[in-house]
Write a protein that binds this ligand. Structure first.
Ligand code: ADP
Ligand code: ZN
Length: 437
């Protein structure tokens, strides 16, 4: 029996009609806030919306142009603020993975609704008051730390606000306080495991049951690897600072994709090239509208994250539709000798191999006129002790599988554990040394 808990059962299981009428009410209010900003006032007027009354159905949202990351950057720092600064109680930014960070202002009401959605997400995994929660995401302007923190407190978990890094201390605290739930990036979760023996710890020293893994793309194979090595349940957690942060979509105990909290987050999937709306089941770029925003209203925000809305229902009874795994960002696609490759394709191949350790890196160089791809992979130290022929054969097998998946002939380098760079927050797996034109 899966342990099922709801935070707000009525809304989480509400039928579509109820959800839609609630959403319409909220959208009108949001447009009211957006019209207070110079940025949206002219944009909305241009499509015939000069008052919330001009929104008659949810379909009217489609008339509104998309908002992009560049729009947000142009509005830096306060151009999208729709309330007096005296109502703003906190400012967050994105981590700036792809350039200038984007800024989001929050009123107390904004923070309350975010906290509530995180509480909902945590409850959907069956966690609650009984749990000791160690938050290993970075605290500060980045939303991963504080976002989960307040939600976990609202649920009544015992929160240990560690933040990222300091692996030895993390392991000691996990052991001393009997941590049952972690919030962590998948890459750091793998690294943490590889540090156990150095810290004189074994799995028996811990009471760990669950981990919430997010902030960076990872494959289903990485999830399974983490679940097996730690003997826990790992849940996919998705969010972005422009939509508050974590708690936009989260897996329930059935782990069949991440429920998007649709009463608050209006979700659309569009063709990244044409902007055309795609049906459920088709992969495209995620576009979100946070319907409850006051301080920084964002209408139809293009996330650059690629995913699909999954068809069918979830056994948990929640009516909020589910997202597939995020396969990557539209802007992290690599073009290697004219072939499109997502780093996630490489990860998926690498993490399927049982001999492969916990870290890898994707390196691109120019080799004359051509691009050359080298995948550097840590393998278990046992492999270096025995027959060296084994290593050559493993290298060949990895090369073969990569070639089959990405249609490019990569170089493969196998390394000792601990020799590739470690990341305590979001991992930067790709090192692109090609000269950009
Ligand atoms: P950025 O990394 O763009 O500076 P944020 O710090 O707000 O901004 O991080 C949000 C981004 O992190 C998302 O847009 C997405 O690309 C990535 N992300 C978050 N959670 C996940 C997840 N579960 N799977 C894949 N990617 C994720
Ligand atoms: Zn579910």
């Amino acid at each position: 029996m899966k342990k099922e808990t709801f935070w707000d059962k009525k809304i989480e299981t509400a039928d579509r009609k109820i959800l839609d009428s609630l959403k319409l009410k909220q959208l009108k209010r949001l447009v009211g806030y957006a019209l207070r900003t110079v940025f949206y006032k002219s944009r909305l007027k241009a499509v015939g919306i000069s008052s919330p009354r001009d929104i008659r159905s949810l379909k009217d949202l489609a008339r509104i142009p998309f908002t992009t990351k560049d729009d947000l950057r142009e509005c830096y720092p306060n151009g999208l603020l729709s309330v007096p600064m005296s109502r703003v109680v906190r400012i967050h930014t994105s981590s700036g993975t792809t350039g200038i960070p984007t800024v989001i202002h929050h009123t107390q009401k904004d923070l309350n609704s975010w906290t509530d959605l995180v509480a909902r997400s945590i409850s959907a995994t069956g966690a609650g008051k009984q749990d000791i929660f160690q938050n290993m995401m970075t605290y500060g302007m980045f939303t991963g730390g504080l976002g989960l923190h307040y939600g976990a407190e609202r649920v009544g978990m015992t929160v240990i606000p560690m933040g990222g890094g300091n692996t030895r201390r993390q392991i000691q605290i996990m052991r001393d306080f009997g941590t049952t739930v972690l919030h962590i990036t998948p890459s750091y979760m793998l690294h943490l495991y590889s540090m156990l023996s150095e810290c004189g710890a074994t799995l028996k020293d811990f009471k760990l049951k669950k981990a919430y893994l997010g902030a960076e793309p990872y494959s289903e194979d990485t999830r399974s690897k983490i679940e097996k090595m730690w003997q826990i349940d790992a849940y996919n957690s998705y969010g972005l600072s422009e939509m508050n942060g974590p708690g936009v979509a989260f897996e329930c105990v059935y782990k069949t994709g991440m429920h998007v909290w649709e009463d608050v987050y209006h979700v659309e999937i569009v063709d990244p090239k044409t902007g055309e709306l795609l049906d459920d089941g088709l992969e495209g770029e995620l576009v979100f509208t946070n319907l409850l925003r006051e301080a920084t209203p964002l209408l139809r925000y293009r996330t650059r994250d690629m995913a699909a809305i999954l068809k069918g229902s979830c056994p948990c009874g929640r009516t909020h539709r589910r997202l597939s795994r995020i396969t990557g960002r539209t802007d992290d696609m690599l073009i290697i000798n004219g072939v499109n490759v997502y780093p996630s394709q490489i990860e998926s191949v690498v993490m399927k191999m049982p001999e492969v350790g916990n870290n890898y890196q994707i390196c691109l160089e120019k080799d004359g006129a051509l691009d050359s791809l080298t995948v550097k992979i840590e393998i278990s130290s046992r492999m270096f002790q025995g027959d060296l022929g084994l290593i050559d054969r493993l290298k060949e097998r990895i090369k073969e599988s990569l070639r089959a998946s990405i249609v490019i002939n990569p170089r493969v380098e196998l390394h000792e554990p601990g020799s590739l760079p470690v990341f305590e927050g979001k991992a930067k797996r790709v090192v692109d040394n090609r000269i950009k034109i």
